[in-house]
Ligand binder design. Structure first.
Ligand code: FAD
Length: 146
């Protein structure tokens, strides 16, 4: 088992909840954050959804606080004419990829994809085997561990 450089926060799950936490943490404070997820990227279950599946609510009210999802457009035709746009799964996936790229570009966020959190600050990476943070100061678990 390999020890890796410590972080202030360890966020389990890069779905909507984990990404909102990581975004808020790094916006509000000068802290380092590691995000661990079994999937290859950010977005949680949206990465597995058919592309045509859409949000139930307006895009503008979904996602992380720092970055608008969609263009704030109002639909001009169809049964939802006059209502705000609702992003498709493909758009939600692209959005979270963009947010994750922005977060990691700050140098304060590291993402461990294809990695299953095992508890006790340990996770198993498909590429690197079992890794452990020695002293992540805080752990935020946004996903029911399964
Ligand atoms: C069709 C559809 C439309 C929806 N529309 C809306 C909407 O408009 N508004 C709204 O608020 N909600 C909506 N939802 C609900 C949606 O579930 C939430 O918005 C949100 O995506 C859930 O995010 P999450 O982070 O809680 O969970 P998830 O998306 O499930 O993410 C959890 C992540 O944690 C990871 N994980 C779990 N256990 C481990 C582990 N041990 N180690 C590593 N990683 C782990 C998983 O791999 C996963 O990527 C919709 C859902 C569906 C299906």
């Amino acid at each position: 088992m390999e020890a890796i450089e410590d972080v202030d926060y360890l966020v389990v799950g890069a779905g909507a909840m984990g990404m909102a936490f990581a975004d808020a943490l790094t916006t509000a404070a000068d802290v380092s954050v590691a995000i661990v997820d079994r999937r290859h990227g950010a977005g949680g279950h949206w990465l597995d959804a058919y592309g045509f599946v859409r949000l139930h609510q307006s895009s503008a009210f979904y996602g992380v606080a720092s970055t608008l999802l969609g263009g704030g457009r109002v639909q001009a035709e169809g049964p939802e004419r006059g209502l705000h746009e609702r992003a498709s799964a493909a758009e939600v996936g692209e959005y979270y990829a963009r947010v994750l790229a922005r977060l990691t570009a700050t140098g304060r966020v590291v993402f461990h994809g294809r990695s299953a959190y095992l508890g006790d600050r340990r996770f198993e990476s498909l590429l690197s085997g079992i890794l452990k943070y020695q002293q992540a100061l805080k752990k935020i678990q946004t996903a029911a561990l399964n």
